[in-house]
Design a protein around this ligand. Structure first.
Ligand SMILES: [Zn+2]
Length: 340
């Protein structure tokens, strides 16, 4: 009986040992296989016998990380023809937007190393960035932002017609024109039906007025939507009065006013013909809660080209107004960095 037990135990043990050896062999083999496929993925051995494989680049291929792009191998050959180093090619695919990669492929070799961390840079504007940086002695990041806005050219000299005129996020400034755009959902303000805003902005503005009142801030609108024609007559009047140069610092040329979007409104303090310091402060600190920003501030004058206008509110919707307020950027800057 004892012998039988010993025999059975050793038999079972032997089976166990055999099984565990087999499993560990299986596992090992699997890992090896996995490693093999991984290394296949990161080398060019798979194209060795295809016309894409260029013998002269054999050494460079070994250092290049394969990407998912469908014509990646053909693009790598193009980059190597342009004399890019394998490491540069890896960085280009790791950091650059697709449109920039395509622009690099169709131009002579450019040094884009310094741009890897600047997400809003554009290959086509590299010379302008460099020129701006030299002239203003600023960081490359700042040069990219300013040139993207258009600030290396004088106001009103390089004008683009806006594409998304109907969006609540539309960017209207001295470089972007609305043409003769007219919004279709204008609604009168309850304060005075002569003043109109686009419906969503109107509702938000009415809420802002009641919210302000609850906190002892009494403001009223004095200008809201302005048509292209009305803006033209207004601007003309100011030019006659102050001359073009001065008029441009406080009045927009027709097509370039935020008031034409139906998303901007100017406010005065009740009983005054301007906004009081106290009310301006309240707007600066609270208007974002209702989806508005104070668009032209002392701090962003050099970007917007307008004097400080604590009375001019621009509707953007809560999420974006809140974010612009948080980041403390001019809307022109915010648009280039986050919305373009
Ligand atoms: Zn205004």
């Amino acid at each position: 009986m004892k012998k039988k037990v010993i025999f059975l135990t050793s038999f079972l043990l032997a089976i166990l040992i055999l099984l565990s050896t087999y499993f560990s062999y299986l596992m090992n083999n699997h890992t090896k296989k996995e490693l093999k496929t991984m290394s296949e993925k990161t080398t060019f051995s798979s194209i060795e016998n295809t016309p894409l494989f260029k013998k002269e680049y054999e050494k460079q291929y070994e250092k290049i990380v394969i990407q998912k792009e469908s014509n990646f191998l053909a693009e790598v050959n193009q980059f190597l023809d342009l004399k890019y180093e394998p490491e540069e090619i890896n960085q280009i695919y790791a950091f650059l937007r697709r449109d920039n990669i395509e622009k690099l492929l169709s131009s002579e070799k450019r040094n884009v190393k310094e741009y890897y961390s600047i997400t809003n840079f554009d290959v086509d504007k590299i010379y302008r960035y460099e020129e701006y940086q030299m002239k203003h002695n600023c960081s490359l990041k700042e040069a990219v932002l300013k040139v993207n806005i258009g600030l290396d050219h004088d106001f009103y000299t390089q004008i683009e017609e806006i594409e998304n005129k109907n969006d609540f996020t539309v960017l209207v400034n001295k470089y972007h024109s609305l043409g003769e755009y007219e919004p279709t959902d204008l609604k009168p303000l309850s304060y005075d039906a002569r003043y109109q805003l686009r419906e969503q902005a109107r509702n938000a503005f009415e809420e802002l007025l009641s919210g302000a009142k609850l906190e002892g801030v009494f403001i009223r609108p004095y200008s809201a939507y302005r048509s292209y024609e009305y803006q033209a007559s207004l601007y003309e009047k100011y030019v006659l009065q102050d001359g073009k140069e001065v008029a441009d610092t406080y009045s927009a040329r027709p097509g370039h006013s935020e008031h034409q979007t139906g998303l901007a409104v100017d406010v005065w303090s009740e009983g005054f013909t301007e906004i009081t310091e106290n009310d301006a402060k309240w707007l600066q600190e609270n208007s974002y809660k209702y989806g508005f920003i104070v668009r032209y501030t002392k701090e962003n004058k050099s970007v917007t080209g307008y004097i400080e206008e604590p009375w001019h509110l621009r509707y953007l919707g809560f999420d974006i107004a809140w974010d612009v307020h948080e980041k403390g950027l001019a809307y022109d800057e915010y648009y280039d960095l986050y919305l373009k």
